[in-house]
Design a protein around this ligand. Structure first.
Ligand code: C2E
Ligand code: CA
Ligand code: CA
Length: 743
C-alpha cells in the first residue's frame, strides 16, 4: 500500500485523471448548456411558426367572412363593399389589396385603388390550372389560394379567393392579395424579439431576412416549417451572439478549470506527502541508528553512574551521590513546601569490633547492616553509606515530625536483632542525629553540620539513641558564653578542686596510681561534675586555662605527697584534644614539674582517641615532646569513637584505658568480653599496660583479673574523692578491703 503511494508516477496519474474528468465535465456541461440554448431557440421558432399559422388562418377567415356577407346581402351596393374592404385594410394592413372578381373571372374593383389601377379588368383565370381551381372553388364554395405568383402589381405574392356563394348561386370572388414581402414583414415583425435573425426560406433560397444586421450565432440556427396553405416557407431562427452569450453558462469552464486546479493541488499534495514520507523514512532510519547508539551510550553511562553513585561494599548510595541528591531534594522540598529530614547514623562500638575481630569481620557486619537499612530505601527515603561506620538517611515529603520519628523507629529496629556472623550473634546499636529542613538548616551543608551536632549530642547522652537538632543547641552557644565568663571568675576565685580516683594494681593488689578528676565548687550550683562545664570549655577554648590549673593543682599535690606514705602515687591527668593545640602546653607542664620538683614519671597524661586521628602530624609532635619530657601517656576511653589500632604503633603511649562501656557488660555479654580480651592481648603484645575503667562489680574484677588486666579503676574501689579522703582510705586500707585477689 505504502509502496503504491510512494510510486513516483502517482502524482502525474492523479493529475491526468483530474484533467480527464475536468475535460469530460467541461464538455458535458457545455453540451448541456448548448442543448438548453438550442431548446430555447427551438421554442422561439415553434412559437413563431404557430403564431404565423394562426394569423394567416385569421386573415383568410376575414376574407371568407366578407365573401359570406356579400352572399347573404346581394342587395348591397359596390360602394358599401368597397368601404368595407378599405376598413379592413386600414385596420390590419396585411393585405396588399382586396379585389372583387366577377363570375367572368375579371377583376372589377380593387381597394385601394392607388398603385393597383392596372389590375382592374385583369382576368385571374390566366392559365388552365388556375381556371380549373377557380371553377372548383366556385362549385364547392371553398377558398382557393393561388400559390405564389407574379402579381400584376409587379411583386411576388399570393391571392386568396373566397367564393361568394357556391354552385349556381356563385356570384364571383372576393380576393385578398398578399404581397409576399409585406406578408412576411408584417406577420413576423413584432412577433419576434430583436434578438433573433429570421430567415424566410422559400424554394431553397432566403426570400426574406429580418434583423440581419447584427452578428449571430449560426450554430444555434433552427429551422421550422410553418403549416401554411400553399406557402412553402421555412423559417430559420438564428439567435444573436449576444443572446447566446447571455445564456452561455461559464460553469463548464469553471468546472473544467477547477478540476484541473484541484488535480494540480492534489498531485502537488501527494508529491509533497511522498517527499515528506520519504524524508521521514530516511529520518526514521537515522533516528533508529542514533537511538541505538544513544541507548548503548546511556546504558554505559548508567553503568558508570551506578558504579559512581554506589558504594562497592555495601551497595548503598555513596556519600557523593547522596549529597548531590540531597541538594535536589532540598530544592524540591522548598518548591513544594515540604519538610525534609537528614539523619546521620553512627554504629556504636563498630570500630572496636572491626579492629579486634578483623577487617573482614567488620566488612561483613557492614554488609549485613546495610542490607537491613537498604530495605528502608523507597521513593521518600534514601539510605547511603557515608564511610567508616556512618550512614546517612534522607527522608522527603515530611508532613510532620511523627513521620521522622516513625522512620527513626524503623532504623533502630534494624539493629534490634543481633547480626549473625561466623555463627555468633553480635549485638550492635546505632546512634542517630537528625536535622530537619527548613527548621534546622536550609542548605545541605548546614543540615549536615547540624545533623552531626545532633549526633554528637546523642553520643554524649549515651549511645543507642537519637537526638534532633534543636534551637536549644543554639541556646547552648549563649550558655557557653555565660559559662565562659563564669569559668574565668572561677579560676580567679579558685573554685575548682581536684578529686582523685584510685586505681588498683591487679598484680599486687596495691594502689600506686590515681586519676585526678576536676570538680567545680560553684558558689550557687554546688559541686559540679566535669560533664557540666568541660565540653563547653572545650568549645570555647577556656579548657586551656582549666588544663593549666589542673597541671598546677596536680603537681602541687604530688609535691605535697612527696616524702609521705603517698609519695609513690602517680597522678593521671585528663588533657583534652583542644589543649594539645596550645604550643606552650609541654613547656608549661615541664615548668610546673620543675617548679615543684616533681619527677615527670609521677605524672600520667590521659588523652582520648580522637587525638590520634585528628591532625596526626601535629599531635604526634606534641606527644613525642611529652614523652621526651618523661611523663606517662595513656589512651583514655579506648574502644569508642574513631578507634583504629594502627596508630598505636606510631604513638609513644604507655597505657590503654578500656572504656567503661565495654566493662559494664564484660562479664555477661559475649561481644564486650571478646573486645576486652582482645584489647588486653593487643596492649600486652605492644608492650602496653591496660587499665579497665568503670569496674563496679566483683564479677568484672574477676574477669579482668583472669584475663590479666593490669589495673582497674571504678566505684568498686572508690568514687573520685578529695585528697584527704584518699589519704585516709589508703592509710586505713579501706580502699582495698575485700578486694583481695583469688590466687
Ligand atoms: P574520664 O576521663 O573517662 O573519667 C572517668 C569518669 O568515670 C569520671 O567521671 C568518673 O567519676 C567516672 N567513673 C569512674 N569510675 C566509675 C564507675 O565505676 N562507674 C561509673 N558509672 N562511673 C565511674 P567524671 O569525674 O564526671 O569525669 C567525666 C569526664 O570529664 C572524664 O571522663 C574526663 O574526660 C573529663 N574530665 C574530668 N576531669 C578533667 C580534667 O581535669 N581535665 C579535662 N580535660 N577533662 C576532665
Ligand atoms: Ca580519664
Ligand atoms: Ca575514661
Amino acid at each position: 500500500m505504502t509502496r503504491l503511494f510512494l510510486a513516483p508516477a502517482l502524482p502525474l496519474a492523479i493529475l491526468l485523471i483530474f484533467i480527464t474528468v475536468g475535460a469530460g465535465l467541461w464538455s458535458g456541461l457545455r453540451e448541456q448548456n448548448r442543448d438548453q440554448i438550442h431548446g430555447a431557440v427551438q421554442d422561439q421558432a415553434r412559437l413563431l411558426a404557430a403564431d404565423l399559422e394562426e394569423d394567416f388562418a385569421e386573415h383568410v377567415l376575414a376574407i371568407r367572412r366578407m365573401a359570406d356577407r356579400m352572399a347573404t346581402n346581394p342587395g348591397q351596393s359596390e360602394a358599401h363593399w368597397r368601404a368595407d374592404a378599405r376598413n379592413y385594410l386600414e385596420d390590419f394592413g396585411i393585405y396588399q389589396a382586396i379585389e372583387w372578381i366577377g363570375r367572368d373571372q375579371i377583376i372589377h374593383w380593387v381597394e385601394p385603388v392607388d398603385g393597383n389601377e392596372s389590375v382592374i379588368g385583369y382576368d385571374v383565370g390566366f392559365n388552365e390550372e388556375r381556371r380549373a381551381k377557380l371553377a372548383r372553388a366556385r362549385q364547392t364554395g371553398h377558398i382557393d389560394i393561388s400559390g405564389i405568383i407574379q402579381l400584376k402589381q409587379g411583386e411576388a405574392g399570393l391571392v386568396i379567393y373566397a367564393p361568394v356563394g357556391a354552385g349556381r348561386d356563385n356570384r364571383g370572388f372576393i380576393a385578398g392579395v398578399f404581397a409576399m414581402e409585406s406578408l412576411a414583414t408584417s406577420m413576423l415583425q413584432g412577433k419576434i424579439t430583436d434578438s433573433f435573425r429570421v430567415d424566410v426560406v422559400s424554394g431553397g433560397d432566403v426570400a426574406w431576412r429580418l434583423n440581419g444586421e447584427r452578428p449571430v450565432a449560426e450554430r444555434f440556427s433552427h429551422r421550422v416549417i410553418p403549416e401554411l396553405p400553399v406557402i412553402d416557407w421555412q423559417l430559420v431562427l438564428t439567435p444573436e451572439q449576444s443572446w447566446v452569450d447571455e445564456r452561455s453558462s461559464y460553469w463548464p469552464v469553471v468546472t473544467g478549470i477547477s478540476m484541473v486546479i484541484l488535480g494540480l493541488l492534489t498531485s502537488a499534495a501527494v508529491l509533497l506527502a511522498q517527499l515528506i514520507l520519504k524524508r521521514n523514512a530516511d529520518l526514521l532510519k537515522t533516528r533508529r541508528v542514533l537511538d541505538r547508539e544513544i541507548r548503548q551510550r546511556q546504558e554505559a553511562q548508567k553503568n558508570v553512574a551506578r558504579l559512581e553513585s554506589t558504594d562497592a561494599l555495601t551497595g548503598l548510595a555513596n556519600r557523593r551521590f547522596f549529597m548531590d541528591d540531597l541538594g535536589h531534594s532540598i530544592a524540591m522540598a522548598e518548591q513544594q513546601g515540604h519538610q525534609l529530614a537528614l539523619i546521620m547514623i553512627d554504629l556504636d562500638k563498630f570500630q572496636m569490633l572491626n579492629d579486634s575481630l578483623g577487617h573482614h569481620f567488620g566488612d561483613e557486619l557492614l554488609v549485613l547492616a546495610s542490607e537491613r537499612l537498604g530495605k528502608l530505601n523507597s521513593e521518600r527515603v534514601t539510605v547511603a553509606y557515608s564511610g567508616g561506620d556512618e550512614f546517612m538517611v534522607c527522608q522527603q515529603h515530611v508532613e510532620d515530625i511523627d513521620d521522622v520519628i516513625h522512620l527513626l523507629g524503623q532504623l533502630q529496629q534494624c539493629f534490634a536483632d543481633p547480626f549473625m556472623l561466623r555463627d555468633e550473634p553480635h549485638g550492635i546499636t546505632a546512634t542517630m542525629g537528625v536535622a530537619v529542613f527548613p527548621g534546622s538548616g536550609t542548605d545541605a551543608d548546614t543540615l549536615l553540620r547540624n545533623a552531626d551536632v545532633a549526633l554528637y549530642r546523642a553520643k554524649e547522652q549515651g549511645r543507642n539513641t537519637y537526638q534532633f537538632y534543636t534551637e536549644g543547641m543554639q541556646d547552648r552557644e549563649i550558655r557557653r558564653l555565660e559559662l565562659d565568663k563564669d569559668i574565668a571568675k572561677a579560676l580567679a576565685n579558685d573554685e575548682f578542686v581536684l578529686f582523685f580516683q584510685p586505681q588498683l594494681d591487679l598484680n599486687d593488689g596495691s594502689i600506686h596510681s590515681v586519676e585526678a578528676l576536676i570538680r567545680w565548687q560553684h558558689p550557687e550550683r554546688g559541686l559540679l561534675a566535669p560533664g557540666e562545664f568541660i565540653p563547653l570549655a572545650e568549645e570555647s577554648g577556656r579548657i586551656t586555662d582549666i588544663g593549666r590549673w589542673v597541671v598546677l593543682a596536680a603537681c602541687r599535690q604530688l609535691a605535697a605527697w612527696k616524702e609521705t606514705p603517698f609519695g609513690n602515687l602517680r597522678v593521671a591527668l585528663n588533657i583534652s584534644g583542644r589543649e594539645l593545640d596550645d604550643d606552650r602546653l609541654v613547656e608549661n607542664i615541664a615548668d610546673v614539674l620543675e617548679f615543684h620538683r616533681v619527677p615527670p614519671a609521677m605524672l600520667e597524661i590521659e588523652l582520648t582517641e580522637e587525638i590520634f586521628i585528628d591532625n596526626i602530624q601535629r599531635n604526634l609532635n606534641q606527644l613525642s615532646r611529652l614523652q621526651q619530657l618523661g611523663v606517662h601517656l595513656a589512651i583514655d576511653d579506648f574502644g569508642v569513637g574513631y578507634s583504629s589500632l594502627s596508630y598505636l604503633r606510631n604513638f609513644p603511649v604507655d597505657l590503654l584505658k578500656i572504656d567503661r562501656s565495654f566493662i559494664t557488660h564484660v562479664s555477661d555479654r559475649h561481644d564486650d568480653a571478646v573486645i576486652t580480651r582482645a584489647v588486653i592481648n593487643l596492649a600486652h603484645n605492644l608492650g602496653l599496660q591496660v587499665v579497665a575503667e568503670g569496674v563496679e562489680t566483683r564479677e568484672q574484677l574477676n574477669f579482668l583479673a583472669r584475663h590479666r588486666c593490669d589495673l582497674i579503676q571504678g566505684y568498686l574501689i572508690s568514687r573520685p574523692i578529695p585528697a584527704s579522703e584518699l589519704e585516709a582510705g589508703i592509710l586505713d586500707g579501706s580502699l582495698t578491703q575485700g578486694l583481695e585477689l583469688m590466687p
